[in-house]
Design a protein around this ligand. Structure first.
Ligand code: SF4
Length: 320
């Protein structure tokens, strides 16, 4: 390939969404107001670089609240927690700040509301993902998890006339609708959620990649392997016609052999990825002759979320 034909297409929107930005700023403000250490339950957002940067500033990441010393300050991650986790924190007299993304909280409210009306809730999502555990925990007796096509073929409900589906916020839009179609074959009265559960950031990033991918020999997605929305971007790129697509946390993880016979490289990043990592990748590509960058813009996002009240007002957080 000659330098004249090598180019980069850069998806927009990409990278940080409003929920991730809010969660990261929440932890930074908690550190500034209370000093280190600040405990965070689970990774605040699913990105290696973000987690390592906060760890270096004095954040201690834990898996469960019982690892946090009694009375200490703990932040709940953007993916949300079940009521049981709030109760455990209260029992240990922990001070808490909840950085759950408001769009995840919205799905929690839906789960509670439909459980109260005694619906069976078919929650489409990935087994073991923190967000799914948090949402299911709002109504454990009513939620049935549907992850795979096999789950959709075998899940049972009490009353097929009183059943609704909800979803994890970071799924593939197309695959979720396939799963819903499959469920509707079995349960024709299956109700749709009151509004889309897959969030604006997930669907916007997927749409940008779908638009860009048919022109790309290779798509590089910057993101971590435990980031659901980042992994979906790789799948969407391949389904939309990219010859190859890979997920990398950092530019140095790109295997140079991936560039063999590649004219056009598409670049995007998951919703938990700071743009500096994308800029590093663009510089790495420029060093290898891919200097021209054209941004493919499919949406301009202006959404922001207010910070949790504890860091907004700078008052000490209350006990759970
Ligand atoms: S990906 Fe969507 S649901 Fe998740 S934090 Fe971002 S805006 Fe919120």
């Amino acid at each position: 390939m000659s330098a004249a034909t090598k180019r980069v297409l850069l998806a927009k929107p990409r990278g940080y969404c409003a929920g991730v930005d809010r969660a990261v700023v929440t932890v930074e403000k908690a550190l500034a107001a209370h000093g280190a250490p600040v405990y965070v339950r689970k990774e605040i957002v699913h990105n290696k670089h973000v987690v390592e940067t906060l760890r270096a500033k004095g954040v201690i990441f834990v898996d469960e609240t019982d690892e946090v010393p009694e009375g200490a300050l703990v932040v709940f991650s953007a993916h949300g927690v079940s009521p049981a986790v709030h109760e455990e924190a209260a029992a240990r007299n922990l001070r808490t700040i909840d950085a759950t993304c408001p769009l995840v909280t919205k799905v929690h409210f839906e789960a509670k509301r439909f459980a109260k009306d005694d619906y069976d809730i078919l929650l489409i999502g990935h087994e073991g993902h923190e967000e799914v555990e948090g949402t299911a925990g709002e109504a454990p007796d009513h939620v049935r998890l549907v992850d795979t096509a096999e789950d959709a073929a075998t899940v049972e409900v009490r009353d097929p006339s009183k059943v609704i589906w909800l979803s994890q916020t970071t799924l593939s839009v197309d695959e979720t609708m396939e799963r819903v179609d499959q469920l509707k074959q079995r349960f024709p009265l299956l109700q749709d959620p009151p509004s889309d559960d897959i969030c604006y950031a997930t669907s916007n990033r997927q749409f940008a990649v779908k638009t860009m991918a048919p022109q790309c020999d290779l798509v590089l997605v910057v993101g971590s392997t435990n980031s659901s929305n980042s992994k979906r971007l790789v799948e969407v790129a391949l389904q939309a016609g990219a010859r190859a697509a890979h997920l990398v946390d950092f530019a140095h993880e790109v295997d140079e052999t991936w560039l063999t016979d590649v004219d056009t490289v598409g670049v995007t990043s998951g919703a938990s990825v700071p743009d500096e990592l994308v800029m590093d990748l663009l510089a790495w590509l420029a060093d290898r002759g891919y200097a021209g960058v054209e941004e493919i813009t499919t949406a301009n996002e202006k959404i922001t979320f207010a910070l949790p009240k504890e860091v907004r007002t700078k008052r000490a957080p209350s006990s759970s």
